[in-house]
Design a protein around this ligand. Sequence first.
Ligand code: ZN
Length: 747
Amino acid sequence: MTWGVGGLDDDYIIATSSTSKPAEKTQIIQPFSNIEKQKEDKIKTGNESQEQCENNNNADKQRAKPSQEALKNKITLLEKNLNALYSARDTMPNCAEVDKQIIKLREELKTAKNTLNRKIQNAVAQKKHRDGMKRKLEDICQENPEIKRRLSLRDSETNGIYSQRKTLDELTQELRKLGFDISRSATYLRLISRKSNSTEGRRHVSTVPVRLIRAQTDHHKSHLDSKFAETSIHYLENIASILGPDQVFFLSQDDKARVPIGVTAANKQAPLLMHMEYRIKLPDHDWVIAERHKLIPSVYAGIKVTSNMLGQPQAVGYSGPTFIAIRSGKHSSSTANTHAQDFETLLELEEFRPLAKTDHGLVKPVVIMTVDGGPDENPRYQKVIGFAIQHFKRHDLDALFIATNAPGRSAYNRVERRMAPLSRELAGLILPHDHFGSHLDERGITIDEQLERYNFEFAGNVLAEVWSSMEIDGYNVTAKYVEADEQDVPEFPDIKWYSEHVRESQYLLQIVKCKNTECCRPRSGLFRLLDNRFLPPPAKVKQTVDDLVLDEGGQFLDLPVNLALRLSTTLKDFLQMPYDYFCPTVKLRLSSRTCKTGKVRPVRVAARRANELMCIIQNLEHQDVEWLDESDVDIPKSDESEQTHNTEQQSNVIDNLESWIQVSSTSLNLSLETSTKRKQAQDLRQEFMELEKKKLDLLQIKLSQSTERQEPDCEDLLFFKSLLPYMKELSSMQKLIALETKLQTLL
Ligand SMILES: [Zn+2]
């Protein structure tokens, strides 16, 4: 069915299958200059109103054809004018001007009539086509009752509402009544365009029914750790509610979504709206301008904390100012680096001032950040820790907490609530990709890099302008385009400082002032609350007949209860309970673990050679030793840092057979022991450090010796190298040990 929308001359149809009978009458005013014609016009208006009445009466029986009607009107008008001219010629013959006009009018009349004929024929043909399609559909429905049912569902009442609407204004109004607040032009862009290559066609937005997932309790099972990670965040909310808005700055951050430039920013069902994991996949009919032509917005949501709600986590709300740093997707990547820069920028923003700073202009003593779980934002990522320490020191913070949700649960991060309004602004928006001229050749390959940078900057500034004009929940949005530039990773503090002030765990990074007044001076009430300085580990407690005990099957405690019970100190084998004691995946990791990237997480790395690592992997019952490609192994951070200083002095190839054998045999023997009794991660780290020390000592001895006798060493090396392929095939430890004893006797 055709939609005559305003003056658009039915170039647009709506995507419903039911028929409609548009009754709108398009009025086309012809630009006649002649006074005579204007007179005729006046006479005609009377007729027209009559015609319109007739038309309205017939509307139910017959389809209105606005564009045909308009043409018909034009033809009658032309005919009348022509008649008038004929009579004028009769009264005053030989007037060249009149003759000229007659010829011109005849010509016009001819084209108008031709157009009308074509339109009528076209309409007939289209009707035939529609009828044909309808018949086919009916046939299909008869053969497949399931399809019939589904189609009838689609064509139910709501669809009827839209198909009855005749004009864009009516449609917009109707949608508004249903609660869809879409502007007139945005609605227009959702109507299917006749031509896909027109400007309107490129801006077309296809709407797909999407229901946002609300935070529901039954989603908790989605990830093993979600409950654990959530408890940590609840603890932080609790701290914020107790200390109040004057001592706490709560910030939520995310930057998953990408905004394409050169094409409609939101034609893919507003990718910003949903988290990447949940993004609905649609057939890709994107007009891709070129590779990586996207902007990366990092969104920071300042969260308002309500005062005088001590102990109630609801004190931490959802509203507050928003800061968006927009970067080029081609020239910079989202890293810990850029986030550190953005943090400093937002502290200086006027909008964030009441939230972030005290009356004296200092940053509030306790900063809590909830971030997305991406690798570059993960609290356990080395660079993230480095920059966090920098913030902590620079702003004299009492505590800096960085928490993340369990994988797949980042949609519950507070900042996600800001995403929907932001993405709504993108509907139908095309960010210019070639404002300063195109930097691409016909194949979409960049030929002018400098120009490309300028173009990205322009597009980024346009987006920043669009977003900056927004207001979310009564708070301003500040958006800025940021040039790509890398900041150096700050130097890591010495081990002593680190161990005093920093606690890292799976989903939480804590940097807290120490009790030594020469080093740190607290300026908040945090330590009244946490006399242990750090957050207590989320503990699961079970009620028994005569006591309260820590138990896997118990419940996670609230922060105040947890602090009051002090159960974490009752644990045997531990001086203090590790923070991740009740974190399910960390418990698993102590045995075996495959992390989300599909990499193998070994219990530990026993040795290293060119691009390969000897890993001890826990299988269900026993431990295995395997050589694995470095890229396949997810090294626990602590192991990596200990390993790096080692590799600096040691070449990639095992150049020291003796030490290698000794080290690996000790480590293997140790791992045999551990397979019987489970060792905790800290013990393993300790043990590993000792091994590394031994290794280094042996290496030094060997290095001093090797200067004296190089030849035999090389032979040893060659011999050992020849054995390596065989070793690779050995997976069971017993075999390896057998080989080692043989080796030792040989040597
Ligand atoms: Zn200190």
